[in-house]
Design a protein around this ligand. Sequence first.
Ligand code: 5AD
Ligand code: SF4
Length: 490
Amino acid sequence: MMKGDFMTNSTIRDMAKSTNQNQSENAADELARQQFFMERCCEYVNAFKERMGRLPRACVTTFGCQMNARDSEKLIGILRHVGYEITEDENADFVLYNTCTVRDNANQKVYGRLGELKGYKRKNPEMKIALCGCMMQEPTVIEKIRTSYGFVDLVFGTHNLFRFAELLYTSFTQNGMVIDIWKDTDRIVEDLPVERKYPFKSGINIMFGCNNFCTYCIVPYVRGRERSREPKDILREIERLVADGVVEVMLLGQNVNSYGKNLAQPMTFAQLLQEVEKIEGLRRIRFMTSHPKDLSDELIQVMKESKKICRHLHLPLQAGSTRILRDMNRRYTKEQYLALAEKIRREIPDMALTTDIMVGFPGETEADVEETIDVIRKVQYDNAFTFIYSRRTGTPAAQMEQVPEDVVKRNFDKVLKTVQDTARERVARYQGQVMDALVEEINESDPTLVTGRLSNNTLVHFPGDASLIGQIVAVSLDECHGFYYMGHSV
Ligand code: 5AD
Ligand code: SF4
């Protein structure tokens, strides 16, 4: 196909302008628009195939959280739909990095790997390199890419993902870097293709953005204000997923406990969970992430009575010192957090608690770190993600006095050891019991084993084959090895 057969760039821009002007434009129009661009992309792929004698290959690399993982499923869905072969090899025809910017090391990794991609592109000049996700919502990043990474073809952020087909097409037809960053909207266009990583489980966005402004965190700046999806759209999406074989869903939001506050007809997260529970055929419900300040008694009761909500709650602590929590703008004290954890343990004794802990926040002393260690010992987490504080430009904490690196490292090691010691004990408490596991995959290192996930999120490896994948199987938890079990099905 000749380039002239494609739609011209000015036409695309005009269409985009008219869409922006017409705020009342409905979802069906946007879907039709994206379908139009998917067809054009198909034509591009067919032309490529004719010319090269093979399909073009696309590689999508995901950094960061579950939200990004879900977004990547949508991006891969479109690429597959328009005819790309999906590969994990970055020496491909289209390479997309879905980036994270919560900590600076993720940013550095992206810059490092872009250097490698440049080498591939030198050998394959037709190769397209694209960047999207949270990092792209930072103006300083865009500036750096524009000036130092001129070989990148397409850059977009977190708010216009639903236009990926259109952006892809624009990058095929336009010379130079295509940059399209939006602020603070989150339209979901239903019915676009999605390729789920697992056929039997799926993430579902229930809300976007965050209003909490923890002083260390860049998320409110890159993901914008908190916006909840309409419950009917969430329920419809889950019903469809269940009809398509999904048995476990993970409801996703930065702060699910404040779900529904900004809806025209407000609804609590606990009420949403009760509606999700009613969906027939759905076996397990998970959610991520809870903010301790917003976790209600109503939610604890709903979890307690539920047959489907998994026995796992991720409850980020961040720090155990009330003074540091105040400087972090977390809006709870050490005592309030401990009381909450105790209440959950009292009401639902088999609930696994996991957490996020940060070490090295500005002004943190050894005495503060001891407070964190005290909370870890008291709560007895099943698992904890421990992070070294990363200074993010534009956040209030970046202006505060930073802790020297060697002190942070020493404190981090101490916290990590405490987490590992307590979690080892805690996870082992079910040794010898039989529990249901959802089989997720063939074990990576031993193909005679499968890997399943318990309701409390612990993994168990046991003899089995691919026919078990997606099934919920009763497994005897024979031997605990730190954070996982070895077992056998019964
Ligand atoms: N530095 C280190 N860790 C951070 N997190 C968020 N912002 C930062 C930062 N600037 C951690 C928090 C959060 C998790 C998703 O990432 O612990 O809960
Ligand atoms: Fe960041 Fe705090 Fe919002 Fe979580 S709750 S995304 S840590 S600002």
